[in-house]
Design a protein around this ligand. Sequence first.
Ligand SMILES: [Zn+2]
Length: 399
Amino acid sequence: MDKVFNYISRRREEAIQLVRSLVSIRTVNPPGENYEKIINLLDKKCRQAGLATKRMPVPGAKGRVCLLADWNIGAKKTLHINGHYDVVPCAGGWHSQPFKPFLSDGKIYGRGTEDMKGGIACYIMAVSALKKYKILPKCNLQFSFTPDEETGGSTGFGYLVKKGLIKADYGIGEGYSGAYVSCGNKGVIWLNVEIKGRPAHGSSPYKGVNSFEGMVAASNELIKLNEKISKRKTSYMTQDEKDRLATMVLGGAAWGPEKVNIVPACAGFSIDRRFLPEENINNVKKEIFESINKVKRKIKGLKINIKILNEQDSAVSKTNPAFFGCFRKGIKEVLNKDAKFAIMAGATDMRFLMAKGTPCLGYAPQGEGRWHADDEYVSVKSLIDTTKVFAYMFENFGE
Ligand SMILES: [Zn+2]
């Protein structure tokens, strides 16, 4: 491995350049811009690295194109490696131009450097390094570069998995970095609670039904529920120990009329519930609904409508000692650290494969782990180290 590792260390400038050219293409989603442009670049880079590419448009989803890049050695098993090329929009707090990436103090700043164009660059650099020394992987490698992860993934990686268009006996995607490797994620449910009463003038409140009071009552029930929920702890490891707990956030969004002299007829608030792999998604919903329904019974004339905005079940990779073990050895070799397999608070596209029972791990070069934040960056040292870990996996993993 030494010559491969040394080669990767010497390609520092090339790695930086590759990240820069990927980040310069503004693939902001929503709405999903410049997808064709980045597919052209990725297609070219993959072919230069010696992979056989194939474009796959997503039917019914305008402008959505996936790229498959194969290194088929005729082995029985295939290791599938995925990267999403879309990035989230930028808020106003940037100190630099998010799509004009620049290097400062060993960090490349720009939107998508950490999530996850840096990771995509690592994949391509790792393949180039093996090709350079004519080293064959131990199983077939198949890469996919997909759109729309940031808006749920069903018109990207989710489409490829559901239609059976990829080969994947094992999967690698985005995830933790350094000594941490992700092996799953918590589930998430977003809801809006809409409360309708009856309007009246402030001077004759007996004619109305106060939706605000209904909202407060519902919130109080949910705060009680939250005390119960927040004692639940997953048996899986997480990078931040606090992420082991189940959580619920109330009122990330809240609304109602803004007038003093009325009985408010409509009010509402949102719920963001993150649940553990050990919790059942239907029970999670049931608990919330039951808490809110208590209020319906208490206040006459109140209508409460609960709207589910988004729900995604938790996902945990099937354990595979050979696959996990090889990753562990790679991290030991490159970073001299003991790998920790942990679940993430947020979901990635790998959940589509995990749901099929495919062993999947997530790993990526490191920034600050503040995905979607202003001044996003990736560390160049981590970019090089992560490329080495992938090169180690590609060379050594296989049955
Ligand atoms: Zn991502």
